[in-house]
Each structure stands twice: as structure tokens, then as C-alpha cells.
Write a protein that binds this ligand. Structure first.
Ligand SMILES: *Cc1c(COP(=O)(O)O)cnc(C)c1O
Length: 393
């Protein structure tokens, strides 16, 4: 039994590549080459070098003493918030831009909702001198002005998606249309462990550096590579996939995935995909997603833009249905309270996405000798206005 992907591109019954015929050549080219390219010594060398000197890895594994005292357990923070651009997303975009170069691509496209993945993509395109086009819903462009400005500053063209609800889903459709029309020179950088095979596996592998580092960092500090718990928030699921990756098949290590319950699971305004989702197809893979009885995708809601996604990646759908990971839903209010607590106990202002993971500490009882790893997926600078409005600071 493995919780990782099988050779057909499935995690249990989830995953695969459900794509229009016209997209097949692009996805197939990637599928046939990604593992070979990632195994090349020159690829590994360049990837590792950039993670070290450009991103600033390894990110520290920090023992949070005051937080540990409060919850009477041993809590370590994996500091992805200290990465260049402020979150884990850059681990993936660095990997994919190197992949695109090896495939001979000269043009990069991406979709973005809140703009975080757009910025991480624009960043690596500037780094590599590649043309970059980011599709973004017209509504999101208006809502996320600072990230739009960042992308422009980095030399990226931001193209508005004008159809449908003019948000992430429509931006994704535009990006797919672009890729179909430009199959030869263009690589599509997807921002989470979602999309058709091989994207979920490729992105999980690029993010797996997180748990690779946790293993040796914990060995140094506690004399063991294995924590009792690894806790991470899940939007599409890439930071969780990275933090879980090297522990997937090690069932001594408990995995906790944290979803956004928004205003409450039963409120009609949430993004609690595992609790509310049913099997369906989104962005080219079979997974759990929030949908109406006739299969229309439900508009998700969360105070945190990065968790505001109606599906989860197929790895997480499988971790949920198999029971390998425990899924916990956290409301907006619980997340905001946990974010304030981390700020004032440890001097670290987390992204609101990450705050969801920290809210688990108040809900679940841990033993004093337990080692609990919290994946701190990003920093809170981008969310300051949200915190200000919420707490009337
Ligand atoms: C985008 C984002 C997330 C959610 O994406 P995953 O793919 O689920 O990791 C979580 N935290 C931060 C800080 C983000 O920017």
C-alpha cells in the first residue's frame, strides 16, 4: 500500500488526466519527460543551487517555545514564510521554470486567483528572462491590486479573464485555451498539486524539499527524523503535499490537513472540500470537489484567498478517503484568532492560510512529549489589511 502516485497517474481512485484532445500533446510531452529531467544531475544541481542562494533554503525548523508552553507539547515551525517572495509557492515555480527550459520552451503562462502564484511565476520568469503571461479574473485584478502591480513590475503581462464569474476558474480556462493555441513554445506553470497528471506529482516532488529538510533538521534537534504530527493548511494542497511527502507511507507519523470552513461548514460560505465535496472532475483531474446536485462547481468562500478553492488535489482526496490524513475544518474566526496568537506569542505574523493550521492547536489535545510540526506556509504581510479590518487595529 502506498499513498503516493501509481504509474498510471492515480492516487487510489483519484487523479488521472481528463483533458480535451487538443491538450493531449502538451501534457503527454511533459508526462514523458518530467521524471527523466528531474533525475538529471545538472537539473538537480541547478534546482538545489537556486533553492539555496535565491530562495534562501533550507528554511529554518524553529522550536516555538512560548507556543509549546501554552499548549503543553513540543511545537516546531517549518519556516516557509522566510522564503523569497514569502511563501512555499516559489519552490514549485523554480522547479517548473527549469523544467520548461529543459523542454525548450520560451514562453510561460499561468493562472492566478489571489495573485500569489502569479507573483511567484513572474518572479522566476524575470530570473530566467522568459516571457510571462498571467491570466487573472477581472474581479480578482480589481481585488488584488498590489499583486497585479508586483507582476507588472517584474515584467509580466497580466491578461484579464472577462468571462463567467471573472475569477480563478475563468482565468484557468483562458490559460488552457492559450496553451492549446501555443503547444510548441509554451509551458503552463500550475500553482498547486492540481491539474492533469503529471502536474500533481511534479508539483509534490518540487515541494517535497520541505519534508526532506524536516527529516534532517528534526534529527539534529530531537534525534529522530519522525515527528508525531505534521500539520498543514490545504487550498489545492501543495504546501501540505511538500510537508507530508516523505512521511506519506510512514503511518507512525500522523498527518493533519486543515481546510477553510469559512463562516461555518453548514453556512453555504466555506471551502471545506473534504467535508462537503463529492467525486468529480476539475482542472483535468478526478478528485473531491464542492458541487451542486447537477454537478455545477460551487463558488467557494474563505477569508483567506489562498484557500478559496472548490477542490483539493487528488493526493489529498485519497489521503481523506483512505483515512491516512485527518482533515479538520477551521472557520475564519478561529483562523484569525490563531494568527493573532502566533504573532503575540512568537513575534511571527503568519499568512491567513497558515493561521488555519495553527488553529488546530486549540482544538486538538497533544501529549507533552509529542513533536508537532506546523508548516508555516507563508508570511502575513500580504494579509495585513485583512487583519487590520478584522481586529480594528
Ligand atoms: C497559495 C497559498 C496556500 C494554499 O495553496 P496550497 O497549494 O494548498 O499550499 C497556502 N498558504 C500560502 C501562504 C499560500 O500562498
Amino acid at each position: 500500500m502506498t499513498y503516493n502516485i501509481n504509474d498510471k497517474g492515480y492516487y487510489g481512485e483519484f487523479g488521472g488526466a481528463y483533458i480535451p484532445e487538443m491538450l493531449y500533446p502538451n501534457v503527454e510531452e511533459l508526462r514523458q519527460n518530467y521524471l527523466k529531467i528531474m533525475a538529471e544531475p545538472s537539473f538537480k544541481k541547478e534546482f538545489d543551487q537556486l533553492l539555496k542562494d535565491y530562495v534562501g533554503r533550507p528554511s529554518p525548523l524553529y522550536f516555538a517555545k512560548r507556543l509549546s508552553n501554552k499548549y503543553n507539547t513540543k511545537i516546531y515551525l517549518k519556516r516557509e514564510d522566510l522564503n523569497h517572495t514569502g511563501a512555499h509557492k516559489v519552490n514549485n515555480t523554480i522547479g517548473q521554470i527549469l523544467m520548461a527550459k529543459r523542454l525548450g520552451k520560451t514562453r510561460i503562462i499561468a493562472e492566478t486567483g489571489a495573485g500569489q502564484h502569479g507573483v511567484a511565476t513572474a518572479t522566476v520568469c524575470a530570473l530566467m528572462g522568459m516571457q510571462c503571461i498571467v491570466y487573472m479574473g477581472e474581479i480578482d485584478i480589481a481585488r488584488q491590486a498590489p499583486n497585479v502591480a508586483r507582476m507588472k513590475m517584474l515584467g509580466t503581462e497580466v491578461r484579464p479573464a472577462l468571462s463567467g464569474s471573472r475569477t480563478l476558474k475563468d482565468a484557468t480556462n483562458e490559460a488552457i485555451r492559450d496553451w492549446i493555441n501555443n503547444p510548441v513554445d509554451t509551458h503552463y506553470i500550475i500553482g498547486s498539486v492540481v491539474g492533469p497528471h503529471p502536474y500533481p506529482d511534479m508539483v509534490a516532488r518540487f515541494q517535497s524539499v520541505v519534508s526532506e529538510e524536516i527529516q534532517w533538521q528534526l534529527k539534529d534537534k530531537e534525534g529522530t527524523t519522525k515527528p508525531n504530527y505534521v500539520i498543514a493548511c490545504v487550498g489545492g494542497g501543495s504546501n501540505a503535499a511538500g510537508a507530508f511527502y516523505h512521511y506519506l507511507d510512514d503511518t507512525e507519523v500522523n498527518l493533519i490537513a486543515v481546510e477553510a470552513a469559512g463562516k461555518g461548514i453548514d453556512s453555504g460560505e466555506s471551502a471545506a472540500t473534504s467535508a462537503l465535496g463529492r467525486e468529480g472532475i476539475i482542472h483535468g483531474s478526478k478528485t473531491l470537489l464542492m458541487q451542486t446536485n447537477d454537478g455545477q462547481i460551487t463558488e467557494p468562500y474563505s477569508i483567506s484567498a489562498g484557500l478559496d478553492y472548490p477542490g483539493v488535489g487528488p493526493m489529498h482526496a485519497h489521503l481523506y478517503t483512505s483515512g491516512r490524513a485527518e482533515f479538520i475544518s477551521i472557520t475564519d474566526d478561529e483562523a484569525m484568532t490563531a494568527g493573532l496568537e502566533l504573532s503575540q506569542l512568537e513575534g511571527i505574523i503568519p499568512a491567513i492560510e497558515s493561521s488555519h493550521a495553527f488553529a488546530v492547536l486549540a482544538q486538538k489535545k497533544f501529549q507533552p512529549e509529542d513533536i508537532v510540526i506546523m508548516n508555516l506556509s507563508g508570511r502575513g504581510d500580504k494579509d495585513l489589511q485583512n487583519y487590520i479590518d478584522y481586529f480594528k487595529l
